[in-house]
Design a protein around this ligand. Structure first.
Ligand code: ATP
Ligand code: MG
Length: 420
């Protein structure tokens, strides 16, 4: 061990378990890549104000969880705490919305940073795969995203997750509801912080996890009863499309989510095996965000799924992903000349698309074969002086233990044929 440790709230992904993380990212991305979503990558940091405006001044993310820094040049930056604001910023900056093909559909995968109290499923550095569909108001788009996330989780073998669904209304009906809710909340017995929240973002009070608060919320006005006809119709259509696709969900009128920018459709994926960090992913429609960060009106919808919690969910369900061995062929040279020849063979195999590795460091047969075993390779190629003199190497099937000489000239073709 060195003098250093990974910073609090972070952890390293190391082989072999890192392969699971990679597979989870790939499984979440796969349905997006075949549904018209293009890959986007944005910087790990942005101007602080992108997030304070885009995510919302009253959110936990902005008030408590952001890692901010001032550069030597005096610019205020923040490590990205989430993806949506950056992706929209980049799409606008790159004029993707003007290319004439709306919605602009994008997917991303990366690291995010929040200064949180570390606990299982809650880290200061974590990993998300996300998707955004920018510039179209169409219930089919909201449904598409939910269906794709559902498909991703199912393809991983997850079953014990639930989809919670709600509508947050729009700029017509939400303000009316907001006022009704504020009137109700102001009469309750609440602490200073919560009273302040009533004035800035009263919907978030509904999300308060404390029993003492939840008890008082019985009888609070519900947004559902305030939705305007357009929002109601929109929401009904999203629900109908999900039902037609066979994706089950639960209506959750209390689901508000942490970010200020959501409108209409909002949803969360929760997993029942994760204790209090149960949200494996979430998202919704954010029709006002573009204008909030200085862009044109671009109604949009998106989600972000947490990779770390998805891995925990797999563990909770006892699902082991089938991850193919990284190495198919392992070469074991015996002696100097064999080392040169087999190193050449490994290079040829790799060029031919066969995953191959080599016993480095001049090991003896026994220890080299141990490494061949550990590598998970299906075949070992063993070559000594006598073999080379005859123009052959020994090809050993690591499963059956059978071994036979194969002419060096035929080796690549033979291995490829055997591997199928
Ligand atoms: P929570 O309510 O658990 O704090 P959130 O609403 O802050 O979640 P989002 O901003 O919606 O989370 O992020 C989407 C997903 O990213 C979450 O559902 C979760 O899986 C993951 N996530 C968010 N914060 C963390 C974190 N600190 N550590 C690990 N995963 C996280
Ligand atoms: Mg959070």
């Amino acid at each position: 061990m060195s003098t250093f440790k990974a910073p609090k709230g972070t952890f390293d992904l190391l082989p072999p378990s890192s392969a699971t993380y990679l597979a989870v990212r790939e499984a979440i991305a796969a349905p997006l890549q075949t549904s018209g979503y293009g890959y986007i990558e944005t910087p790990g940091f942005e101007d602080v104000s992108l997030f304070s405006r885009g995510v919302g001044e009253s959110t936990d993310i902005v008030t408590k969880e952001m890692y901010t820094l001032t550069t030597k040049g005096g610019t205020e930056l923040a490590l990205r705490p989430e993806g949506t604001a950056s992706v929209l910023r980049a799409a606008l900056e790159g004029n993707l919305h003007k290319a004439g093909n709306l919605p602009v559909k994008l997917w991303y995968s990366g690291s995010y940073y929040r200064y949180e109290r570390p606990q299982k499923g809650r880290y200061r550095h974590f990993s998300q795969v996300g998707a955004e569909a920018i510039g179209a108001e169409d219930p089919a788009l909201d449904a598409e995203l939910i269906i794709l996330a559902d498909q991703a989780y199912r393809s991983l073998g997850l079953r014990n997750f639930r989809i919670l669904l709600n509508s947050l209304g729009d700029k017509e009906c939400r303000p009316v509801y907001r006022e009704a809710l504020q009137t109700f909340l102001r009469d309750l017995d609440l602490d200073e912080d919560t009273r302040r929240r009533i004035e800035i973002n009263p919907l978030r009070v509904l999300d308060d996890k404390r029993d003492a608060v939840q008890k008082q919320l019985v009888g609070a006005p519900m947004l559902r009863d305030y939705l305007c006809d357009a929002c109601k119709a929109y929401h009904e259509e999203v629900r109908a499309l999900l039902q037609a696709a066979g994706v089950s969900f639960q209506d959750d009128e209390k689901l508000v989510r942490g970010l200020d920018y959501y409108t209409r459709t909002t949803f969360e994926f929760v997993h029942d095996g994760l204790g209090s960090q149960s949200a494996v992913g979430g998202g919704g429609r954010y029709d006002g965000l573009s204008e909030m960060i200085g862009g044109p009106s671009l109604p949009s919808v998106g989600w972000a799924l947490g990779v770390d919690r998805t891995v925990l969910a797999l563990e909770a369900e006892g699902v082991e992903l089938e991850i193919p061995a990284a190495t198919s062929v392992y070469a074991v040279p015996l002696g100097e000349e064999a080392r040169r020849v087999l190193f050449g063979v490994v290079t040829e195999l790799r060029k031919a698309g066969v995953a191959a590795d080599f016993s480095y460091g001049g090991r003896g047969l026994k220890s080299a074969m141990k490494n061949a075993n550990r590598s998970g390779a299906r075949y070992a190629i063993i070559g000594g002086e006598r073999d080379l003199a005859e123009g052959v190497v020994q090809l050993k099937d690591m499963e059956s233990g059978e071994q036979e000489p194969v002419a060096l000239a035929d080796l690549v073709a033979e291995v490829r044929a055997r591997l199928g």
